[in-house]
Design a protein around this ligand. Structure first.
Ligand SMILES: *Cc1c(COP(=O)(O)O)cnc(C)c1O
Length: 232
C-alpha cells in the first residue's frame, strides 16, 4: 500500500512535468495539493513519508482532528464549503482557504481574524460552469464580490479557485479554466496594484488541462489515494 501511494505520486509528478513542458511553464509554478479527505491519518502519513507536505481537506472537524494527529510541518489547505459556525476549526490551522463562496462567509472570516489578530489567506471560489450543485460566485458577480472582500482588512485574497465542469468534453473543461484565468487577469487590471498569483484549478481527471491553462495549485485526491472508500 505504501508503495502504491509512492508510485502514484511519482506518476503524477511525471504528468505534471510533461504538462509544464507542453505549456512552456516551470515546474516550480505548480503546487500539488494532495486531497486527503476521508483518508485516515495512517494513509496520509504514507503520502507524507513519500515527501508530500501540502494536503487538502473539505470537512472542518476532519481537518482539525487530522492536524492534531499528523506532523506539524504539514500545510493544510481547506477546499470545501465552509459554514460560518465552523470557521473556528479551520482558520487557525489552514494556510489557505480555497473556498470563500459568499460575502457572508468572507465577513465572518474577517471578524474571526480580527479577534485573533490573524490575517487569513483566501481564494474566491468561482462557479464557472454554472452547475447548480456547485458553490461559488457566478463569474459576472465576481468583480463586485472581489471589490467588497478586498476591503476586509484581515483577509488576504491570493487568487481564484474553481472546480471544472463535470463533463467528458475536454474542450469545455479547457474553456472553463481559461475563463478563470481571464477573470483573474481582468481583476488584476481593474484593481491596479493587486496581485492574484494563485489559480487553484485541476483535479485528478483534468489537472493537465488546468496546468496548460495557467493553474498554480492542482488538487488531487483519487489519483494519489485511490477511490475514496476503496483505498488501494
Ligand atoms: C475532492 C475534491 C478534489 C479532489 O478530487 P479528485 O477527483 O479525487 O482528485 C479537488 N477539489 C475539491 C474541491 C474536492 O472537493
Amino acid at each position: 500500500m505504501e508503495n502504491l501511494i509512492k508510485d502514484a505520486i511519482a506518476r503524477i509528478y511525471e504528468r505534471i512535468e510533461a504538462a509544464c513542458q507542453r505549456a512552456g511553464r516551470s515546474r516550480e509554478e505548480i503546487t500539488l495539493v494532495a486531497v486527503s479527505k476521508t483518508m485516515p491519518p495512517e494513509v496520509i502519513k504514507q503520502a507524507y513519508d513519500a515527501g508530500l507536505r501540502v494536503f487538502g481537506e473539505n470537512r472542518p472537524q476532519e481537518l482539525r482532528d487530522k492536524a492534531r494527529l499528523l506532523p506539524e510541518d504539514i500545510q493544510w489547505h481547506f477546499i470545501g464549503h465552509l459554514q460560518t459556525n465552523k470557521i473556528k476549526y479551520v482558520a487557525p490551522r489552514a494556510v489557505l482557504i480555497h473556498s470563500v463562496d459568499s460575502l457572508r462567509l468572507a465577513e465572518a472570516l474577517d471578524q474571526f481574524a480580527e479577534k485573533r489578530s490573524l490575517t487569513i489567506p483566501v481564494l474566491l471560489e468561482v462557479n464557472v460552469s454554472g452547475e447548480s450543485s456547485k458553490f461559488g460566485f457566478a463569474p459576472e458577480k465576481t468583480p463586485e464580490a472581489f471589490e467588497k472582500i478586498a476591503g476586509l482588512k484581515h483577509l488576504h485574497i491570493k487568487g481564484l479557485m474553481t472546480i471544472g465542469p463535470l463533463s467528458d468534453d475536454r474542450q469545455k473543461i479547457r474553456q472553463a479554466f481559461r475563463q478563470l484565468y481571464n477573470l483573474r487577469e481582468d481583476l488584476q487590471k481593474t484593481a491596479s496594484g493587486v496581485e492574484l498569483p494563485v489559480l487553484s484549478m485541476g483535479m485528478s481527471g483534468d489537472f493537465e488541462i488546468a496546468i496548460e491553462e495557467g493553474s498554480t495549485h492542482i488538487r488531487i485526491g483519487t489519483a494519489i489515494f485511490g477511490a475514496r472508500g476503496r483505498q488501494p
